[in-house]
Design a protein around this ligand. Structure first.
Ligand code: FMN
Ligand code: SF4
Length: 464
């Protein structure tokens, strides 16, 4: 169906559009289910809202939170979500996606600890001392998207990929970027160390990130890789299993192990996970479902389901939008179809496992989010509603929904992709539209820097 921008003034209008498109998205005006606490491992999230992991690319160079990072998490804390899923935090310096990516080390652990204390105090001040949201830290290795210093990409790949390699500047015969089995094996202890530090800093748990085509996400689709970690399904998931089991051994049972999982890559077979052999747009969830079940058996207490590759041309699969960031074409599908896909993926995993699943991809629905969230939870299609861009634009949305039953349309995210654009321009990101005093100048500065880099690059090429 043709792409359209959001243009619905009432719940009836959006329901009519869903019917016209023949989609399976339900809305329910009884929002009481969103107040329900959710048991995660041995702990309790006080309601069914989750702030999804949203990188600000604003940490200090040692990986510790800066004032801007702290500001973001304090805003989330005052917003009323029962679960705060902290952004990508690198397990190693070389694994960072940008030099300002978060990284927890023994030297900066106490800064994280202090921020968590401040964040918990902020929640308690606004909602009372009985209100204690869960805080999960996302542990990542950026793999193909490593850019640990400055503007130069330093990809670390699992296998060659004829579609993604040219975009990362990797020649088909250049194997120097492929990580060895020994390197992969050595990562287990770094995940364990990061989880140990996260527990010491006061996090309720960690996320072993397997999404968006970063290292572990590329690994689960490594059908062409030879050796211990490639080829068969068992080999491709072996490292994830080793990591989960090792973290569980180290952290004990009173610590949440979560995983943000791509159930579908929107990438052609054999390179894509969750995609049919015959048509990349058709889902084949046999492997994602099997992986989720195995991960639960190995000790995962919580999943967050997502999809796609936000760096690639089908960025709408991850983040349904009205306006794309530069270089990303307007897709051939209606954003409601992209939203539906996210909902169906979460539903499939939720129905396969007995631990809670957080759904993604709601922000495009603006002020109609709560009704879709309520319907999904009542229908057993997710246990928790995850809000990404909505949390940057309108961090207080959960508090407003739980108190007054609606979101204010003039505070909602308009899915303009400007926060994504800042990331692509290697800047510090946040909501350019609803938090413009802070982020509009940063958006303009990052655009100007990117433009001048591009001009220099063109001049250099002209000289050659
Ligand atoms: C600026 C920005 C930063 C993001 N950072 C992360 C991240 O650190 N980890 C992650 O798993 N997803 C990240 N995402 C993806 C979001 O968590 C979420 O999946 C996506 O925005 C779709 O949800 P939404 O429609 O509610 O925005 C990021 C998205 C944006 C726009
Ligand atoms: S810049 Fe703000 S309004 Fe635009 S997509 Fe990002 S969060 Fe939404």
């Amino acid at each position: 169906m043709a792409h359209e921008k959001f243009n619905y003034k009432s719940l009836e209008e959006i329901k009519t559009k869903v019917d016209i498109l023949g989609l399976d998205i339900r809305f329910d005006e009884d929002l009481s289910v969103l107040k329900t606490p959710v048991k995660v491992g041995n702990r309790l999230a006080p309601n069914s809202f989750c702030v999804l992991p949203m990188e600000g690319c604003d940490s200090n160079l040692d990986g510790s939170p800066s004032n801007l990072t702290a500001r973001r998490y304090l805003r989330f804390a005052r917003g009323g979500s029962g679960l705060v899923w902290w952004e990508a935090c690198s397990i190693l310096p070389e694994a960072k996606a940008n030099e300002r990516q978060m990284m927890l080390t023994s030297s900066n652990r106490d800064q994280f600890k202090q921020l968590l204390t401040n964040v918990r105090n902020a929640s308690a001040e606004r909602f009372g001392h009985g209100f204690r949201p869960l805080h999960i830290l996302q542990l990542t290795h950026s793999g193909r998207y490593c850019r640990p210093k400055g503007h130069i990409a330093q990809p670390m790949i699992i296998q060659h990929d004829p579609i993604l390699d040219p975009r990362s500047g990797i020649a088909p015969d250049d194997d120097s970027h492929i990580v060895s089995d020994d390197y992969l094996r050595s990562l287990v202890e770094h995940y364990v160390m990061s989880a140990k530090l996260a527990k010491q800093a006061g996090f309720d748990g960690v996320d072993i990130k397997v999404c968006h085509r970063y290292l572990l996400s590329e690994l689960v689709a490594a059908r062409n890789r030879t050796g211990e970690y490639g080829g068969s399904f068992e080999n491709r998931i072996a490292l994830i299993r080793e990591i989960v089991q090792a973290v569980r051994n180290e952290a004990g049972t009173d610590f949440i192990i979560a995983s943000r999982l791509n159930a579908y890559d929107a990438h052609p077979y054999p390179y894509g996970f969750g995609c049919s052999e015959h048509n990349m747009w058709e889902l084949d969830l046999s492997e994602p479902l099997a992986l989720a079940k195995i991960m639960q058996t190995d000790g995962v207490d919580l999943f967050c389901i997502t999809a796609g590759n936000p760096y690639f041309i089908q960025a709408n699969v991850t983040r349904p939008f009205d306006t794309s960031s530069m270089g990303i074409p307007i897709p051939d599908e209606h954003p409601l179809e992209s939203v539906q896909r996210q909902f169906l993926l979460a539903a499939a995993i939720q129905q396969a496992v007995s631990v809670p699943v957080v759904g993604s991809g709601y922000s495009w629905l603006r002020n109609f989010v709560p009704y879709a969230a309520s319907a999904n939870i009542k229908d057993g299609r997710a246990s928790v509603v995850g809000l990404g861009r909505s949390s940057l634009a309108y961090p207080d949305a959960p508090a407003d929904i739980l108190k007054s039953g609606f979101m204010k349309p003039n505070k909602c995210c308009i899915t303009c992709s400007k926060c994504t654009q800042i990331m692509r321009d290697h800047g510090i990101t946040g909501c350019v539209v609803r938090d413009s005093e802070t982020y509009l100048p940063l958006y303009k500065a990052a655009r100007a820097d990117a433009d001048s880099r591009e001009k220099c690059f063109q001049q250099e090429r002209g000289k050659l």
